[in-house]
Design a binder for this molecule. Structure first.
Ligand code: 6LW
Length: 533
């Protein structure tokens, strides 16, 4: 029998809370996006291993208004389902309208205006059966009893048809029962959930009932997936969705993180993983044969499709020669109209120095992409003439509003300089690393490995001069808080002042420089480290 081999994560970097659906031999997946805009990227694949982004579900402010949303506010976990010619994406705008769904016939978009569902909680899901539509969510903040709840809804209006939401199950005792999805098989309704929180004790558990409203009985082998307490490099596995492929084999997609170094932290965000799953003779699912999931997977299954032509290359470059931004780019919150442009100076990305800076919750001039690979190199060419000490523009390595580092062109006492800033909570350190008079354009550079970001610059295309190194740990989720992962962003700001100035970015490059695959070793402990040094 031939084997399917692939590398986890299947979506590296900040792609949490995956949800998947199939139409014939085509697979579609979505992930959560918090304060980033557009919201909820949607991917397509024929083999569930190679994914290509085809759009976003939430592209208009009328669908997603993130203005004033704090870091990790906005859009939580989505669910994607296909029903009678339409795709449905249901999610929560935690700082806006709560639970809602949008639909589209073409998953690449445009998607409909939001249809609100007035059941509280997060992690909404939909289940379709015999003309009825069931809506599930958890009990965050709106019900004193923890657990997963369900209503029947009218698909056209989102109206709840079944009175008060009904309690289904509250998991096996882990905190935050969440991420419900219902599947039907052999006359059983299976309720898949996550519990234990999204940190180290994250787990996937399951229960079933003959009645969609329960009572639900738990699988004795719960959790069916968890890496808690293991030495795997992959930790925090949870928040899963099942998919039956076009050959009748089952798989699970879920989130996990790649932790580095003791004590464990991660900075690239929660990523999307794939593992095979089977239904055991006892009628309950077995994930990956009951083994821990690995980074390098070898599964005794025929590949679902041949690998797509021209598969991903390590180098991603944007010359900003188009009139619209590529799908990889995101704003933080909805961008202010006119604050960015690809047409004002054709061939460059123009960013205006808005008064908001990277620390706040206001609309800012920021265009960024996910940092996806532990080993990487990022560079960009910037042209900027600051007119006051307030104005700055550059390249930021950003976990959230309170934890970010940047290399920027700005002025000090009226003189143009290159500045490096590290912000770690309330600790802010700034350092002028070069006087810049007359030395433009300049290339800003960030390289990374799993422990360090190295920050530097190039003049006239010469050698890179590195001026600062920053621990990836200082930008980790454990240090910074929140649900997101590091972005590499271009930005311009007047730091609270008014300004009509603009920065021009001529090009941007991001390269996966992985030198060798991450070994399947456990995360290093301090002791291991000492011994190996
Ligand atoms: C999401 C919840 C979770 O809504 O974290 O890990 C929350 N799981 O299910 C934010 O992603």
């Amino acid at each position: 029998m031939s084997k399917t081999t692939y590398t986890n994560p299947i979506l590296p970097g900040f792609y949490p809370d995956p949800s998947i659906c199939r139409v014939g031999e085509d697979y579609y997946m979505v992930t959560s996006t918090f304060e980033y805009f557009p919201g909820v990227p949607i991917f397509h694949s024929r083999d569930m291993i190679n994914w290509k982004q085809i759009g976003h579900c939430l592209t208009r402010q009328s669908q997603l208004d993130l203005i004033g949303s704090k870091s990790s506010g906005g859009i939580y976990a989505p669910t994607l389902r296909y029903h009678e010619g339409r795709f449905y994406m249901v999610t929560t705008d935690t700082t806006g309208i709560g639970n809602f769904y949008v639909w589209a016939e073409d998953p690449a978009g445009e998607w409909s205006e939001p249809i609100q569902v007035k059941q509280g909680g997060i992690d909404p899901s939909l289940f379709f059966e015999e003309g009825k539509v069931y809506f599930q969510s958890n009990a965050l903040h709106w019900n004193s009893k923890d657990g997963l709840y369900q209503s029947e809804i009218d698909l056209e209006t989102g109206e709840i048809l079944s009175g008060e939401p009904r309690f289904l199950w509250d998991g096996t005792g882990g905190k935050y029962p969440e991420a419900p999805h219902i599947f039907k098989r052999d006359g059983w309704y299976y309720l898949l959930v996550a519990e234990g929180g999204t940190e180290f004790t994250h787990s996937v558990t399951i229960a079933r009932s003959r009645d969609i409203y329960g009572p639900y009985e738990a699988c004795e082998r719960n959790p069916i997936l968890s890496h808690k307490g293991s030495r795997s490099r992959i930790q925090s596995t949870g928040h899963a969705d099942f998919i039956e492929d076009h050959r009748g084999q089952w798989w699970v997609v879920f989130l996990g993180v790649r932790h580095s170094h003791y004590p464990l932290v991660h900075h690239l965000g929660r990523e999307t993983y794939l593992a095979p799953m089977e239904w055991g003779e006892d009628g309950w699912p077995v994930v990956n044969g009951g083994e821990l999931v690995k980074l390098n997977m070898e599964v005794d299954r025929e590949p679902l499709a041949s690998a797509p032509e021209g598969s991903a290359t390590a180098l991603w470059r944007d010359d900003f020669d188009t009139e619209t931004l590529g799908l990889e780019w995101n704003f933080r919150r909805n961008p202010l109209e006119g604050s960015w442009s690809l047409t004002q100076h054709p061939g460059a990305l123009t960013l205006s120095c808005l008064s908001a800076n990277l620390d706040g919750i206001d609309q800012m001039s920021f265009v960024g992409r996910r940092h996806q690979h532990l080993e990487s190199r990022t560079s960009t060419a910037i042209a900027f003439q600051p007119e006051s000490d307030n104005e700055e523009a550059g390249l930021t390595i950003q976990q959230n509003a309170t934890n970010h580092c940047e290399i920027a062109v700005t002025a000090r006492e009226g003189e143009k300089v290159l500045l490096v800033r590290r912000r770690c909570g309330t600790l802010v350190v700034e350092k002028v690393v070069k006087d810049l008079t007359g030395e433009e354009p300049i290339t800003l550079v960030v390289t990374s490995d799993d422990e360090w970001y190295h920050i530097g610059y190039q003049l006239d295309g010469g050698e890179t001069t590195f001026v600062e190194s920053v621990e990836t740990r200082h930008l980790s989720t454990e240090m910074s808080g929140g649900f997101t992962g590091v972005y590499l962003g271009l930005y311009a700001t007047a730091n609270g002042a008014g300004s009509h100035n603009q920065a021009l970015f001529d090009w941007f490059e991001y390269e996966d420089t992985t030198s060798q695959p991450l070994e399947e070793q456990g995360a290093k402990s301090q002791v291991d480290k000492k011994v190996s040094e």
